[in-house]
Design a protein around this ligand. Structure first.
Ligand code: TEU
Length: 549
């Protein structure tokens, strides 16, 4: 049986600071804004907040390009604000998890400015350089580069530097022990302030084979396999654990963990002393919309991972984050008819699976994709650079923009919808990113008043998970595997057994689980007023939680 731990029982709420609440009317969310909403966050019943990066940054990639790891981004406030935020959270019993972005820094970080200044600068080896006299470096694919080329020529020293993400995000050289020590010291700086953990951004990419071998043609189609677990990655994680993590009572989570469940286990197997938990990308990288890839494939991913992790190790469960479209728009149905019911169904799924739930701000309201029409609406370096790259190649821009309506990261980054006043109560200034026009309909204030809102349903679910250890630790068993509409499973712990039934379709769907539910107690159903389940049939997007006798 898995050991009990606070971070396994916790529900993590992700706050994208730029879009949560603006306190000074500049259109950008900030720390004071979050502070003003701490009672709301508390009211959700969640245990921890994961904050996306709030460090000094030129914002090429919204804070994922850090130019000073020990200062707060001016857009977001001051270190004083930060200390108040941390205090306010701790007073409310909420833990704070910070984003740690150390696969790369900003090109405006002092280390990089030094590094690029001359070949014998003492910071030269803080980054990866390829001298131009050796010819062109072996091709490396880049996530955000206009030409998908991760080597950028820098005339100052006649050399190329590596950037897996944008040109303004040069990759740090983890081979260098001096760099590693500087990072550990910076981590201790934040931990000594009392923060409760780190989410390790893109850290699976930190270790590279610095002999730079040629990689097979088309390898970028399977990028995590090639970039995901470099030769020394686990040495670094073990060193980091010895030097930093082991000295604090904190939680750590890997963003991305290789390309298989077995890879992921290596990050979090407690005997290896690396990280506490990991989230993998298989369940979000599977496709654009659940109607395309289908529920059976989707169930299989979760079941395969759970099987590998049934005795040890720990995963997180999530459907959305700031790199994804909105949960209801991808896995549910955001039409007026089904938005609420399918949001509730998806929340039921996240909160009843084994693994720590990571819940993205706004999903408790059922916020939806914004679906921008024009490139002018986009800020994201990912969308913008892919657009420019495609334009340069004479590609089909219309089709690209159509696709972005479903997949763009900014679908999930629009300002939080607090109320029905101007700009959804997010700011009185000009919001940095358009507010979704449906805020009149979907907002927190309206949902507070409605006992059956998605918001209040989420709160109920959080409390249920807290009261029922079976939902945290219970063994997971998939039922009716081939059913294309219904995701059905049981969770079992010390004689307690609950059944979860989820209809992922907009039609009545039957199921066949070989368990009679007639004598059982329904603990929760997303349809209101329900006392009994219909016999082996779920209504559209129905979710039911049943205690089995
Ligand atoms: O994302 C890293 C990353 O690998 C993702 O782009 C991933 O490939 C994708 O989500 C899989 O579906 C992190 C941050 O979350 C992202 O916002 C940053 O842009 C990126 O690192 C660079 O720091």
């Amino acid at each position: 049986k898995n050991d009990t731990k606070w971070w396994k029982e916790a529900v993590v709420y992700q706050v994208y600071p730029r879009s949560f609440k603006d306190s000074d009317d500049d259109g950008v969310g900030d720390l004071k804004g979050i502070i003003s909403k701490l009672d709301y966050i508390k009211s959700l019943g969640i245990d921890a907040v994961w904050l996306n990066p709030i460090y000094t940054s030129p914002n090429d990639d919204n804070g994922y390009d850090i130019s000073d790891y020990r200062q707060i981004m001016t857009d977001f406030g001051t270190m004083e604000d930060f200390d108040l935020l941390l205090k306010g959270m701790h007073e409310r019993g909420i833990k704070l998890i910070m984003d740690l972005v150390v696969n790369h820094s900003s090109d405006e970080h002092e280390w990089f400015k030094q590094s690029r200044s001359s070949r014998d600068n003492k910071y030269r080896d803080y980054y990866h350089w390829w001298p131009a006299e050796k010819g062109k470096p072996p091709y490396r694919w880049s996530f955000f580069d206009v030409n998908s080329d991760a080597w950028k020529y820098d005339a100052q020293t006649d050399a190329y530097y590596l950037h897996y993400f944008s040109q303004k995000q040069p990759d740090l050289n983890w081979e260098n022990p001096k760099l590693r020590q500087e990072i550990y010291e910076m981590m201790r700086f934040w931990l000594d302030k009392g923060i409760d953990g780190f989410r390790m951004d893109a850290f699976q990419f930190a270790s590279k084979d610095t002999t730079w071998p040629e990689l097979p043609k088309g390898y970028e189609k399977n990028i995590i396999k090639y970039y995901g677990v470099g030769p020394h990655l686990h040495d670094y994680l073990q060193e980091m654990n010895r030097e930093v993590f082991s000295k604090y009572d904190i939680m750590t989570v890997a963003e991305g963990a290789g390309s298989t469940p077995e890879d992921a286990m290596l990050f979090v197997d407690p005997d290896r002393k690396e990280l506490n938990m990991a989230y993998h990308f298989e369940s979000v990288d599977i496709g654009k919309h659940i109607n395309d890839f289908g529920l059976v494939k989707y169930k299989d991913i979760f079941s395969r991972y759970d099987e590998t992790f049934k005795d040890k190790g720990w995963l997180s469960i999530f459907l959305a984050n700031h790199d994804q479209p909105r949960m209801v728009s991808k896995f549910g149905n955001d039409t007026p008819e089904f938005r609420e019911i399918s949001s509730k169904m998806l929340s039921t799924f996240i909160m009843t699976m084994r693994g720590t739930p990571y819940y993205y701000y706004g999903d408790e309201l059922g916020m939806t994709n914004i679906r921008f029409d024009s490139i002018a609406n986009y800020h994201d370096v990912d969308t913008r650079n892919k657009y420019i790259g495609l334009k340069n190649k004479g590609g089909d821009l219309k089709a690209f923009l159509e696709g972005q309506k479903q997949t763009s990261r900014e679908n999930g980054r629009t300002p939080f919808q607090w109320d029905a006043t101007k700009n959804a109560g997010f700011t009185t200034g000009k919001p940095w990113l358009k507010v979704n026009p449906n805020y009149n309909l979907i907002n927190a204030e309206a949902q507070e008043k409605d006992p059956n809102s998605t918001l209040n349903y989420f709160r109920t679910l959080v409390q249920l998970r807290k009261k029922k250890p079976v939902l945290v630790y219970g063994k997971y068993t998939l039922l009716d595997r081939e059913n294309p509409n219904v995701f059905a499973y049981t969770r079992e712990l010390e004689g307690k057994k609950v059944l979860v039934l989820l209809n992922f379709s907009d039609k009545e769907s039957s199921f066949n689980i070989g368990i009679s539910t007639t004598k059982s107690k329904i603990i929760l159903d997303n349809y209101t007023g329900t006392k009994n389940l219909k016999k082996n049939v779920l209504r559209p997007y129905e979710a039911a939680l049943i205690e089995l006798k």
